[in-house]
Ligand binder design. Sequence first.
Ligand SMILES: Cc1ncc(COP(=O)(O)O)c(C=O)c1O
Length: 377
Amino acid sequence: MIPSQRALFDLPREVTYLNAAYMGPMTLAASTAGADSYEKKKQPWRYDIQSDFFDVPETYRSRAAQLFGATADDIAIIPAASYGLSTAALNLDPDPGSEILVLDEQFPSNIYTWRTLAQACDVSVRTVSRSDNESWSEAMLAAIGPKTSIVACPQVHWADGGQLDLPAISQAARLQGAALVLDLTQSLGVLPFDMDAIQPDFAVVAGYKWLLGPYSIGALYVHPQHQNGEALEENWIGRDKSEDFARLVDYADQYAAGARRFDVGERSGFQLIPSANTSIKQMLDWDAAQIAETLSAKTLAIAEAVAPLGLNDSTPERAGHYLCLSLPNHAPADLVKRLGARQIHVSQRGDRLRVSPHVYNDEADISRFVDALKAEL
Ligand SMILES: Cc1ncc(COP(=O)(O)O)c(C=O)c1O
């Protein structure tokens, strides 16, 4: 179990932040790394081409790879989950008449991408729903069949916290010859990810939530079988020998190795990458399995404390770090706002209160949350 890491963050004692699924706070160290990098832009001669354009982003690539259990060659640097999902869609060619499977109320970036591909390829997007007692895994496994060409889903559903059995889903998809595209934004880094057992075609993560990184920087895992694919854009740095600034107009037909061709333009992100590097290093040091165990204990303590107030978690196979509580009928419609006024920060998704703690939360946060609920309900 990881003890509270609150001292590494700028979290005043009177604030209870239980909203990592919406936006994680950066550590003080990550924020300083970003600020230092902003300072440098005032004096551009201080940039070192090899280091700032190439080595620092390569550090990011290697650290992101460790989160996925992949190698640096398998990772592209992307600005948003939607960018990685669009790259996946560009490189998949589903048979006309086939089906792309998504979950009911899945995050929009992982829906619109497939609607657009479906229109272009004459395939349909099929929404997989679950009944109250059914898990997302059961519903998805029942839906995968001979018509399935792509399974596009998360590891943890953003609105109810249900966790999917990705090794089983991967195996079922493979049996049908279907591709697997994952959005790991609500799980990577805080839940172990078994790359060997899952082997997705593509997997994305946005870095500003659980990974505690800056906004607008994420990562895309690309299975080696797709690494010769087509990029969304043709940027100069994604080509072979782009390190040689004097010879950039000796245009290169060859791309840089591995998944680097899929990097977003200006991927060296001088202000973003240094703080993202600091954040991911910290996440790797804490270790996903340790974080998962720690956050499971926190959500369990919260669930037990709020149950007598009529707030219940009923999601089958709930992920340990994620708690989505159904509210009693008498709960005020503006409960989240009222809690916010008391400096208790949570989200509402659908008709549930989403509570998402991280390693900085402690027992005092849990007590403050429970006391505020008692006062508002
Ligand atoms: C599951 C999931 N995926 C992705 C995102 C962010 O998407 P994007 O990076 O495309 O803005 C969110 C944000 O809430 C999310 O919950």
